[in-house]
Design a protein around this ligand. Structure first.
Ligand SMILES: [Zn+2]
Length: 243
């Protein structure tokens, strides 16, 4: 919710102040709220990026290496190619900086209770479509967690996300499907979120104090991730589950 894409690399190279450009793009307020009306998925489209647009290296891990591909828990992991109907526009995205934060979101659309893979894939594509409609290079989140606890790859971690206005640098974004002002996350969804948070914290050396929800960012004028998930996140961080 309430996200923004970053300026393109040529702007950065030209020395234009990043925040100035971001503010121009900050008018876009949609998260996954723009749908094209289609709920069918004709098949993945994931063409190779052309040579003029090389994929940047993944951000460094806590051990000094690089996580390639995106660190994902074993089992139930679905790659971007399983749901996306369009390729990312890399000229609209910046390389990811060293990871310092993880931020949790909901999609904030209408309540969503479907647990099947196809419905979840359609929902994620709707989000991507909305984000592309805002002029962003790809879906803004790096990971998406559905109601059945599947973890889906979103934007490649090699690229900075677009999920917290003005605060996307070094910030991994996780979106849980649903609207948690109007429903609660499923047990499977919370269990998967906890596992994914632990994995990312361990991989990138992110302390619990830097695991945030969207509304916890200073200046974030949003209710994201909704009352229920916000309460669950507060409880999770108070527990010993996240070391
Ligand atoms: Zn959000």
């Amino acid at each position: 919710m309430d996200t923004n894409e970053t300026p393109n690399r040529s702007s950065i190279r030209a020395g234009v102040d990043r925040r100035t450009i971001v503010s121009l793009g900050g008018l876009a307020l949609l998260c996954g709220c723009v749908a094209d009306g289609s709920r069918t998925l004709p098949g993945p489209i994931w063409p190779d990026l052309d040579e003029s647009c090389p994929i940047p290296p993944a951000p460094p891990t806590a051990s000094g290496g690089r996580a390639t591909p995106s660190p994902l828990p074993a089992g139930g992991v679905l790659p971007r190619s399983d749901w996306a109907r369009g390729a990312p526009i890399c000229s609209l995205m910046n390389p990811m900086l060293p990871v310092k934060y993880v931020t949790v979101h909901h999609d904030g659309m209408t309540p969503f209770t479907a647990e099947d893979q196809r419905s979840s894939a359609g929902r994620i594509e709707m989000i991507r479509n909305g984000h592309r409609g805002n002029g962003w290079g790809d879906i803004g989140y790096h990971y998406v967690i559905d109601r059945d606890g599947r973890v889906w790859e979103g934007r490649a971690i090699n690229y900075q996300g677009a999920h917290v206005k003005n605060c996307n640098e070094g910030n991994l974004g996780i979106c849980c499907l649903g609207n948690f002002d109007e429903q609660s996350p499923s047990a499977a969804q919370m269990a998967a979120l906890e596992r994914q948070l632990k994995l990312l914290m361990r991989t990138y050396g992110v302390p619990k104090s830097r695991v945030k929800t969207h509304q916890e960012w200073a200046g974030a004028k949003t209710a994201c991730p909704g009352r229920s998930l916000q309460a669950s996140m507060v409880k999770l961080r108070r527990s010993s589950a996240l070391a």
